[in-house]
Design a protein around this ligand. Structure first.
Ligand SMILES: Nc1ncnc2c1ncn2[C@@H]1O[C@H](COP(=O)(O)OP(=O)(O)O)[C@@H](O)[C@H]1O
Ligand SMILES: [Mg+2]
Length: 263
């Protein structure tokens, strides 16, 4: 398993926070992952303070004008990063003309021998259900679904599960894991959501919970990750646990002998 799509149709549940810090956790373990900002809102790209023209962004790849490897840039944290751009939104609008875009990411990762090579690839997905989101879901070996510990979270998770079920017409079921985020221990709502999730999705809810922690929001504000910003914080511990759990469950492996091509 190498390609992890961090996905939820709901905004604000922690997709970007989780994608960025999971990639940082992998890098901290000495393996250089590929992190792709696949949201036209480009929050991750802005968070890193990257101002790139659309010609240097993932939009170029969806236009068929660049390889993924050519777009990747190294971040100081030891992550290879592909930036996004507002223009990526055009891909969803062009669905009638370019239906094949739905497979583009899967085929591109395969053609460049990035998927299946052991290279961890983390995709920060757009919440907009369109071609771009579907292309990530089709490329994924595992779908990681952050669920915020809030009222109606279960409804959102059930809707999402139905949407993913619809994709099974085109491709066999992709394993998925639900990750409770913004968790407040012993808070009634948080514990209720945790209980409901486990009941409805047995075997698919990760034991790790990412607690509600100011340090995570503050790290984003500084364009940093939790391991550089607050390495001894509970948040850093939560992300280390998340990585360990994914590895223990064979959903990710950290091989140090990877094919990522450096310029
Ligand atoms: N565990 C957490 N503790 C505190 N703040 C969080 C946590 N997870 C996310 N946030 C904050 O919530 C907001 C939305 O998170 P974000 O990762 O951008 O969600 P999404 O990508 O799903 O829209 C951001 O301001 C982020 O800093
Ligand atoms: Mg986001």
């Amino acid at each position: 398993m190498t390609v992890i799509a961090v996905f939820n149709m709901k905004g604000g549940v922690g997709k970007t926070t989780i994608a960025a810090n999971l990639a940082a956790a992998i890098a901290k373990n000495g393996v250089e992952p590929l992190l792709i900002d696949l949201d036209p809102q480009a929050h991750l790209t802005s968070m890193y303070g990257i101002k790139t023209p659309s010609s240097k962004s993932i939009y170029r790849f969806y236009q068929g004008l660049s390889s993924l490897s050519d777009l990747a840039m190294p971040l100081p944290s030891g992550v290879q990063f592909i930036a996004s751009h507002l223009e990526l939104g055009k891909i969803d609008a062009q669905v009638a003309r370019h239906r094949d875009n739905i497979w583009r990411l899967k085929l591109g990762l395969h053609a460049e021998m990035l998927s299946g090579s052991g290279l961890p690839i983390i995709i920060d997905c757009t919440p907009m259900l369109g071609v771009v989101a579907f292309s990530a879901l089709f490329a994924a070996d595992i779908i990681l679904v952050p669920v915020a510990s809030e009222y109606l979270a279960l409804n959102g998770a059930m809707q999402l599960s139905q949407t993913l079920y619809g994709l099974e017409k085109f491709q066999s079921r992709t394993p998925r894991r639900y990750l409770l985020n913004r968790y407040i221990p012993n808070q009634i709502t948080a514990e209720t959501v945790a209980g409901q999730l486990t009941k409805h999705f047995p075997g698919e809810v990760l034991k790790t919970r990412i607690r509600e922690q100011e340090a995570l929001a503050a790290a984003v504000g500084c364009g940093s990750n939790i391991f550089d910003f607050a390495p001894t914080s509970d948040a850093a511990t939560d992300f280390s646990f998340l990585l360990d759990e994914l590895i223990e469950n064979n959903l990710l492996s950290l091989s140090r002998d990877l094919p990522f091509i450096h310029e």
